[in-house]
Each structure stands twice: as structure tokens, then as C-alpha cells.
Design a binder for this molecule. Structure first.
Ligand SMILES: [Zn+2]
Length: 282
């Protein structure tokens, strides 16, 4: 099945590189600045936006961090947690910018800018974690960051021991490693020469170590590529964070493998598309 190019574009979800680029794009414009007003136009996102966000008025942004696909905006009393869901975008623009459809949440600042969340499908989230609440619930059960040193050689092999589920499903599990979404799982498995349907427990340590290196490379390259879009986060139009990526297999089913020219095949795994080369991947 050939995936329609337009269809694909419309439904690309923000993955870890997009969220990291968003963090880099908004950070310089809000860190050290005080909130003047919090506006909730539609509280019904994936979870309702809690009342507590109103207490941010008068507070200063201390830092902007990321954990998995969550953006963590740090204040002295706690953390505002933002998730882009399937279609969310965040920009820091002039407060005079007219409000558009699906602009559900604003964090306005004294310096005249506003952080604005737009999310047509409303699978995104705006949550509040009080200081003493720490990160127990949502964030504590997450696996290591793929670009951190704790995601190292030996780790995936150890976690995969005796596991019978397909390696792609295993990789996309946030408890194993965060931020390897559908696109990058497809790409990394292709580059590592591993079939997405291979049983996780059957893959050798050597192949897992190579896959670990490739996951880091693929994500780093995407973040670097996204660096060219940083200015989009401060512009009123466009789709910030949705940078053109050079993908080798994702969205290319039915087309020729870039390496051996064999026709790329597609299977559905956990209701997600897996595209692979039957010749290069084993
Ligand atoms: Zn091939």
C-alpha cells in the first residue's frame, strides 16, 4: 500500500526531536520572564486543564526542560507540564496576535509576548505539578532518555531478555526507552537491518548495541535538522516544529529501498504502520 503523501503530512505527530526543537525555540523568549496572565479558552484537552495554572500569574519562568515528549516549564512553586499530543504546536508571539481557531491556552508575559498552544485534535495536555508533588505520577515510570548516557550498550539486550513481543513494539514502549515513536522506530530498525517483526528476545546483544547507537544518531540528526526552524516558534503563521525530514522508510511503502532497490513492504503492528525492506532487514 502506497501511503498518500498528503495524508501522511497531515497526521505526522510531534515526536521527541520536534519537542526538543520546540524547547530550544521557546526557551530564550520566556526564561527569566514573569507571567502577566493565564488564559484558558478550552480546558477540555486530553485531560482537563487544572484550575491551579491560574496561580502562575506573577511568577517567573526559571527553566524549560524536556522529559520524553513533555515540556516542563519550571517555576519556583512547581512545574507546568505541556504535551503536544497528536497535533499541538506552541509559539511565543506578540500578545496582539489575533486568536485563531484551536488556540486553547495562553501564558502571557509582562514583556508583551504570549506562549500560545494551538491543538486542533485536543490530544495535548496542560498540567500542573506542585513542587512537593514531584514527578511521581506521570514521569516517574518512564524509561531513560535515548540521548542520555543511561541509554547505553547492554541496556536494550538486558531489557529484552525472554521477551516475545515484536522488537518494534518493544522499542516504542516508554517504560523501556522514551521518545522512540513510530517514525524513528521505523527508521532506526531499517538502518540497523533488523526486521520490525523480529521477537525482541531473539535479537543479539551486538545488534542491540548497534541499534542503540543508531537510535541516538537518528534522533540527534533530526534535532539538528529542526534547528533551521527555530525562528518559526516566534512567528504567527506556519507550523513550527514540523520540519522536513529525510526519511528512508517511513511513509515510503511500495517504493524502492534506498539501499538495494527492493520494494519496501508495510505491516500493521499495534495499529501503527511499519515499513521495512524484506532484503536489508532480518
Ligand atoms: Zn533494501
Amino acid at each position: 500500500m502506497v501511503v498518500n503523501q498528503q495524508f501522511k503530512q497531515q497526521f505526522i505527530m510531534p515526536e521527541l526531536p520536534e519537542v526538543e526543537v520546540c524547547r530550544l525555540g521557546i526557551s530564550p523568549h520566556i526564561i527569566g520572564h514573569k507571567v502577566s496572565k493565564v488564559v484558558v479558552r478550552n480546558a477540555q484537552l486530553r485531560w482537563p486543564i487544572p484550575e491551579e495554572v491560574q496561580q502562575l500569574t506573577g511568577q517567573e519562568v526559571l527553566a524549560v526542560d524536556r522529559r520524553a515528549k513533555y515540556l516542563l516549564i519550571r517555576f519556583s512553586t512547581g512545574t507546568l507540564l505541556l504535551h503536544l499530543g497528536m497535533s499541538g504546536t506552541i509559539r511565543v508571539i506578540e500578545q496582539s496576535t489575533p486568536v485563531a481557531k484551536h488556540d486553547h491556552f495562553d501564558l502571557a508575559f509582562i514583556h508583551g509576548k504570549v506562549l500560545r498552544l494551538n491543538d486542533p485534535r485536543r490530544f495535548g495536555a496542560v498540567l500542573w505539578l506542585a513542587q512537593n508533588q514531584d514527578e511521581r505520577g506521570l514521569l516517574s515510570k518512564l524509561g531513560p532518555e535515548p540521548l542520555s548516557d543511561s541509554f547505553c550498550h547492554g541496556y536494550l539486550f538486558l531489557k529484552a531478555k525472554n521477551k516475545k513481543l515484536p522488537i518494534k513494539t518493544f522499542l516504542m514502549n516508554n517504560h523501556i526507552v522514551v521518545g522512540v515513536g513510530n517514525i524513528y522506530a521505523n527508521e532506526a530498525l531499517f538502518q540497523a537491518g533488523i526486521l520490525p517483526t523480529a521477537k525482541a528476545g531473539d535479537v543479539s546483544e551486538q545488534r542491540y548495541n548497534r541499534l542503540t547507537d543508531i537510535i541516538k544518531q537518528v534522533l540527534s540528526a533530526a534535532i539538528k535538522q529542526g534547528g533551521t526552524t527555530l525562528k518559526d516558534f516566534t512567528q504567527a503563521d506556519g507550523r513550527p516544529g514540523y520540519f522536513a525530514q529525510s526519511l528512508l522508510v517511513y511513509g515510503r511503502a511500495g517504493q524502492a529501498c534506498v539501499s538495494c532497490k527492493e520494494v519496501l513492504l508495510e505491516v500493521r503492528q499495534s495499529n501503527r504502520s511499519s515499513v521495512y525492506c524484506p532484503n536489508c532487514q532480518q
